[in-house]
Design a protein around this ligand. Structure first.
Ligand SMILES: Cc1c2[nH]c(c1CCC(=O)O)Cc1[nH]c(c(CCC(=O)O)c1C)Cc1[nH]c(c(CCC(=O)O)c1C)Cc1[nH]c(c(C)c1CCC(=O)O)C2
Length: 344
């Protein structure tokens, strides 16, 4: 492992004096240079599928802030599109997709090996980035977890409580599970191709894991993550995997052991002192500053950043937000967070 890649060292279990830092959605609308490149691309999906421009926006926060990791610029909803779903973004509202509510909708999806036809520009973005990134910067690839991706495919949009996905899970469990299996298989191929193109770490985003409770959490959040992680590590021995079962609460406890991920990313609904005791005991954790501090800044940002550093100082830690940075964030607050992490 490259000695100068701090993110890989933390993922391998090393406790560093200063943890590596990056930020979810670090390439995004809070940056004027992102907005300019997005305008040049025309729309969000064109930006995702134009390798030169997607690589450019991935590099922008690295140039501005010198983060320890770059995350590939793409979206978790490219996988449904590659499986044949219609996908578009409504400005100011979010994603829209064709829905999956009955067997015939599922039957119309494409087989897993067809995904590369749509997703090959993403692999090209990864190849460009692995040439252009500074040698100390780790390149993270990613995909959505099957449950989270399924919630969008079933409802055709983001939903506050994932109601339509829970309804299908209860009304037609066989169809629901067939959909999850298809997404799981596609995700293995997609992440594998990203690794072959140069991704050094992959992260699985289960943004809606928190709405799965009890046995459903085990079956539909833990199990798919375990299957994906095992398949990737079989094909690419040593590839580190970060799992993010957002808002899992008590479900974070034992998640790394149950899935085989190398690091668990924490949202900010859990206290860092609690997470150090119950989650970091099993290995590296990532997180978990509330992204609202990137809007409000000031002494509260500094105090909370120091609290998180202190809580996680005894084990391997990657500093990050608890969720993505929002468009109304102030770029200067990002610098203040980085200075606090790196400067003490
Ligand atoms: C649920 C989800 C999606 N996408 C993603 C998730 C999981 C993480 C999370 O919970 O946030 C993941 C994602 N989306 C994006 C990335 C790129 C890498 C990064 O910088 O972190 C990543 C890792 C770019 C994006 N994906 C999107 C944007 C904003 C698009 C724009 O420029 O208008 C970006 C930078 C659009 C998107 N994409 C998605 C939604 C719901 C939206 C609309 C909401 C919004 O507008 O902020 C689906």
């Amino acid at each position: 492992m490259a000695e100068n890649k701090k993110l890989l060292r933390a993922l391998a279990g090393e406790v560093l004096d200063t943890p590596p830092i990056w930020m979810m959605r670090q390439a995004g609308r809070y940056l004027p240079e992102y907005r300019a490149t997005r305008e040049q691309a025309g729309d969000f999906l064109s930006l995702c599928y134009t390798p030169d421009l997607a690589a450019e926006v991935t590099l922008q926060p690295i140039r501005r802030y010198g983060f320890d990791a770059a995350i590939l610029f793409a979206d978790i909803l490219l996988v449904p599109q590659a499986l044949g779903a219609d996908l578009w973004f409504v400005t100011g509202e979010g994603p829209r997709l064709s829905t999956i509510t009955q067997q015939s909708d599922f039957d119309a999806l494409k087989p897993v090996d067809a995904i590369h036809e749509t997703l090959s520009p993403v692999y090209e973005t990864v190849r460009i980035l692995s040439c252009e990134l500074p040698s100390e910067t780790t390149l993270i690839g990613f995909a959505g977890a099957p449950w989270t991706v399924a919630t969008y495919m079933i409802a055709g949009r983001g939903t506050p409580d994932q109601g339509p996905a829970h309804a299908l899970r209860e009304a037609n469990t066989a169809l629901f599970e067939a959909l999850l299996d298809r997404i799981t298989a596609a995700t293995i191929e997609y992440l594998s191709a990203q690794i072959e193109a140069g991704a050094e770490v992959v992260k699985i985003f289960d943004s809606w894991a928190g709405s799965l409770k009890g046995e459903a959490f085990t079956k539909y959040a833990v199990e798919p993550c375990r299957i994906i992680t095992r398949a990737l590590k079989e094909r690419h021995p040593g590839i580190p995997v970060i799992g993010f079962p957002r808002e899992a609460g008590e479900g974070y406890v034992g998640f790394a052991k149950a899935t085989g991920v190398d690091c668990v990313a924490l949202d900010n609904s859990v206290a860092p002192e609690w997470a150090a005791q119950h989650v970091q005991v099993d290995g590296c954790v990532q997180g978990n500053l509330a992204s609202s501090h990137m809007v409000t800044g000031g002494q509260a940002l500094v105090d909370e950043t120091r609290r998180i550093l202190r809580a996680f100082s005894k084990g391997p830690h990657i500093f990050n937000l608890g969720h993505g940075i929002t468009p109304d964030a102030d770029p200067e607050n990002v610098q203040l967070m980085i200075d606090t992490v790196r400067g003490g």
